[in-house]
Design a binder for this molecule. Structure first.
Ligand code: F6P
Length: 341
């Protein structure tokens, strides 16, 4: 079989580990041939390819990013896009696709499968908010990067008797904030699932100062105050059609400074959380996903996505991945709340 591989959406540590595992097992065990599609769905849409064999995947396991490049191109939003993809695949003799991506990329894979394209999906997002898998690779790396930043911010905050607000990624779900906040000993964690009460946050800050420690607040980029209409923070589409969030950390630091009369600083971790080498956990998870994805393709089990259930890799219908976002449940947030202040 000739199989196309693509990576779509925001990049994520571990993507190269998936590609490597797919190709090594695909060539070595099954004797399949691969073609790399560049830049997500843009690749099959515009016929942009690169060679993808055992040689090309040597040495990429620890590398962040994706050797195939990525984009947020959605062929369903382009007139004639789907027909073009089908035509290109037929002309190139590509029998099937392995699509590695998040909500949008797998959403496209699901619809293409319904239209007869043979496809297997691999879930990817640092946000860990995809349904049908307990964890996505990239999340552990992002949490570790944020945790290390929080550790460092504790000492500088203490030295200057300041509040530090750390803004982490997570536009719809607060998994990175929750896990990095717990691991880094944050005093308050604010997530999109739970609009926050600014007065309560300020109370926690005051309490913390009363005990002579400096407060560290971890906030997801998608978190909003309960009195949400007070502020307008990003949310607009940029020139490329991407939603631009951002600003909640800075806004919060300003509010805290105003209300407490004590200095506050905001640190926005941004794309540092997505860059660089994956942790061991993410390398192992990504490799296992890759190995199981090529098994599914070899068996012709199309329209499936690999996922993690406990410690096992399972196959679920692609549609499950995008049906519902996996947000932080109330009980998990309440566990952390006990430690606030
Ligand atoms: O979905 C992953 C993610 O990292 C989000 O947490 C973040 O809001 C978004 O991607 C940023 O996307 P971009 O790279 O387009 O700025």
């Amino acid at each position: 079989m000739r199989i196309g591989v693509l990576t779509g959406g925001g990049d994520c540590p571990g993507l190269n580990a998936v590609i490597r595992a797919v190709v090594r097992k695909g060539v070595g065990t099954y004797g399949h041939e691969f073609v790399g599609f560049k830049d997500g769905w843009k690749g099959p849409l515009e016929g942009l390819t690169k060679p993808l064999g055992v040689q090309e995947v040597r040495g990429i396991l620890p590398r962040g990013g994706t050797i195939l490049g990525s984009s947020r191109t959605n062929p369903f939003k382009i007139e004639g896009g789907v027909e073009q993809i089908k035509k290109n695949l037929a002309e190139m003799g590509v029998d099937a696709l392995i699509a590695i991506g998040g909500e949008d990329t797998l959403g496209v894979a699901t619809k293409l499968h319904e239209l007869g394209v043979q496809v297997v999906g691999v879930p990817k997002t640092i946000d860990n908010d995809l349904g049908a898998t307990d964890y996505t690779f990239g999340f552990d790396t992002a949490v570790n990067i944020a945790m290390e930043a929080i550790d460092r911010l504790h000492t500088t905050a203490e030295s200057h008797h300041r509040t530090v607000v750390v803004e982490v990624m997570g536009r719809h779900a607060g998994w990175i904030a929750l896990h990095s906040g717990l691991a880094g000993g944050a005093n308050v964690i604010l997530i999109p699932e739970r609009p926050f009460d600014l007065e309560k946050v300020v109370d926690h800050v005051e309490n913390r100062f009363r005990t002579n420690y400096s407060p560290i607040i971890v906030v997801s980029e998608g978190a909003v105050p309960a009195e949400g209409d007070m502020i307008t923070l990003g949310g607009e589409l940029d020139a490329f059609g991407h939603v631009r969030l951002g600003g909640i950390g800075t806004w919060l630091a300003e509010q805290i400074e105003k209300r407490t009369g004590k200095e506050a600083r905001a640190v926005v971790l941004g794309h540092t959380q997505r860059g660089g080498t994956p942790t061991a956990f993410d390398r192992v998870l990504a490799t296992r996903f890759g190995l199981h994805a090529i098994d599914a393709a070899h068996e012709g089990d199309w329209g499936k996505m690999v996922g993690l259930a406990g410690t096992d890799i399972v196959r679920v219908p692609l549609i499950e991945a995008t049906r519902e976002l996996k947000t932080v449940p109330v009980e998990k947030y309440s566990e952390a709340e006990v430690l606030f202040g």
